[in-house]
Design a protein around this ligand. Structure first.
Ligand code: G1P
Ligand code: ZN
Length: 539
């Protein structure tokens, strides 16, 4: 039965870098989710006759939210919803399925790498027909709608069984339950040389993949163990749990601790990898060796010829401004297009749609290509496996060969967390004011060449976005400052440090960047304004 529910607006439903992300306790408030979903429906001119995708990373509140969304979709006259079996769908799989089905949009219920559970985070990402997350112009309209909403539509009916594959009806709406794993596996088989990777595993190459108790477990087991023949047990933490087993499902040196310890032990496998909560981030490790995401993007780009889907040539490459400049040197050598965009995957999408780029990546453990419009964790792992299989080199050898050829960017991100938002905004505003005066000044032996806000003018839709402040030094070092757009706890100031070296490849990362880190604190007056004399998290 159709029910029209009267509601009052929440004032905080503004999307950040990647969708709406809130504490579970906020997202589970009465009508909170319903308001947001109805605001999306309203902002896009309704959903009548349209087809959408729905799934999530299985975190707490997903099951409830999926039922609500289905009932609201049917009540609003949606034609069809394609849903992942039991409500599960990784972010990369959702993008593939959206594109394959020419759907009008999609909903992925995930707060990505943020912890889950009642005390963790919940999130909703909304994608548009191009397969990527909605552009700011649309999220602004959704936000406006959410501030004025007075009612939403929902069906009063029993919950829908999403365990069986196939089609069913909810009033006039068709619900198709699909297996996203199969769709995704097929896509990977089209891109990579599975036969070569199979041979690699058959030769005894030891590999471990940490799914971090999140959505990629079933994908990884199917691809790495069942199809490619890695021994059973190569995929660990493969059962998706509502609270990720208490883990923080972020594949980096801090949160993927067990994997990192194993990879730095005397019994380390040849390669280790991990993905985040919704499967779009990746971390790559060799034996006692860590590949920074910025290097990974540069190395994958430089080795594109080993991959069947790319061997005939690639378009350009793009990175977020905060990501190290390693890939810029590769783009120059390959003579392909090169773009720097604001932080957030959505900024790559126009460049992919217009065939300006094939690969793109961010320092935050995100790498991907134009096969979909989201970053793709397993894709990156397969890319590395394919290079290892083709070259016979180890992860470390491949990386060192890269540094020999191009030099090395020592690179790190310093996060100052839990800052009072007002203090953080003021810090950024004041820093921006004084940027022009910094030119020519020297600190700790680093001389500033130029200091400017980062402004991106999209070559496709003409939109202009300001995201962060960049300080360039005369020795090619850089500092980038920006505020996080995904946090749910006060403000996080991110400071990205980069220093380029042509000859010294074996220095300690922290030591190499210590001087620059001090400079970054002095320039932005971080200790005086935040009370913090060092960063809370280094990645
Ligand atoms: C963070 C990362 C960014 C990434 C986003 C979504 O956003 O820095 O690269 O696209 O998560 O995964 P931020 O919190 O910095 O706004
Ligand atoms: Zn993610």
């Amino acid at each position: 039965m159709l029910k029209i529910v009267q509601t009052t607006p929440y004032t905080d439903q503004k999307m950040g870098t990647a969708g709406l992300r809130k504490k579970s306790k906020v997202a589970t408030q009465e009508n909170y989710l319903e308001n947001f979903i109805q605001s999306i429906f309203n902002a896009i001119g309704g959903v009548e006759g349209k087809v959408f995708i729905l799934g999530g990373d299985g975190r707490y509140f997903n099951k409830v939210a999926i039922q609500k969304i289905l009932k609201m979709a049917a009540a609003n006259g949606m034609k069809k919803m394609i849903v992942g079996q039991n409500g599960f769908m990784s972010t990369p799989a959702s993008s593939r399925i959206l594109l394959q089905n020419h759907a009008d949009g999609g909903f992925v219920l995930s707060a990505s790498h943020n912890p889950g559970g009642i005390n963790g985070d919940f999130g909703i990402k909304y994608a548009v027909a191009s397969g990527g997350q909605c552009p700011t112009a649309i999220s602004d309209q959704i936000y406006e709608n959410s501030k004025q909403i007075s009612e939403y539509k929902i069906l009063e009916t029993a919950d829908i069984d999403l365990s069986k594959l196939g089609t069913q009806k909810l009033e006039n709406m068709e619900i198709e339950v699909i297996d996203p794993v199969n769709e995704y596996v097929q896509m990977m088989e089209e891109i990579f040389d599975f036969a070569a990777i199979k041979k690699l595993f058959a030769s005894g190459f030891r590999f471990v993949f940490d799914a971090m108790n999140a959505v990629t477990g079933p994908y990884a087991q199917k691809i790495f163990e069942e199809i490619l023949g890695a021994p059973k047990g190569s995929v660990v933490n493969y059962v998706p749990l509502e609270d990720f087993g208490g883990l923080h499902p972020d594949p980096n040196l801090i949160y993927a601790k067990d994997l990192v310890n194993l990879m730095y032990s005397s019994d380390a496998p040849d390669m280790g990898a991990a993905n985040d909560g919704d499967g779009d981030r990746n971390m790559i490790l060799g034996k006692s060796f860590f590949v920074t995401p910025s290097d990974s993007l540069a190395i994958l780009t430089d080795n594109y010829k080993y991959i069947p889907a790319y061997k005939n040539g690639i378009f350009g490459v793009a990175k977020s401004a905060a990501t190290s400049t390693a890939v810029a040197r590769v783009a120059k050598a390959l003579n392909i297009g090169y773009y720097e965009v604001p932080t957030g995957w959505k900024y790559f999408c126009n460049l992919m749609d217009s065939q300006r780029i094939t690969f793109c990546g961010e320092e935050s453990f995100g790498t991907g290509s134009s096969h979909i419009r989201e970053k793709d964790g397993i894709w990156a792992v397969l890319f590395w496996l394919n290079i290892v299989a083709a070259t016979g080199e180890s992860i470390e050898e491949i990386t060192r060969r890269h540094w020999q050829k191009y030099g090395r960017s020592y690179y790190m991100r310093n996060d100052y967390e839990g800052i009072d938002p007002q203090v953080a905004n003021q810090l950024m505003a004041d820093l921006e004011q004084k940027l022009p005066d910094l030119k020519g000044m020297s600190f700790n032996g680093f001389t500033i060449k130029e200091a400017v806000p980062f402004i991106y003018n999209d070559p496709v839709d003409g939109s202009s976005t300001k995201n962060g402040l960049i300080v360039y030094f005369t020795d090619q070092s850089r500092i980038v400052y920006r505020l996080s757009g995904t946090g749910t706890n006060g403000a996080t100031l991110r400071v990205y440090l980069e220093r380029y070296e042509r000859e010294r490849f074996d220095e300690d990362m922290i030591l190499m960047l210590n001087g620059l880190a001090q400079v970054s604190r002095v320039i932005a007056e971080i200790p005086a304004r935040t009370g913090k004399t060092k960063a809370d998290v280094l990645t």
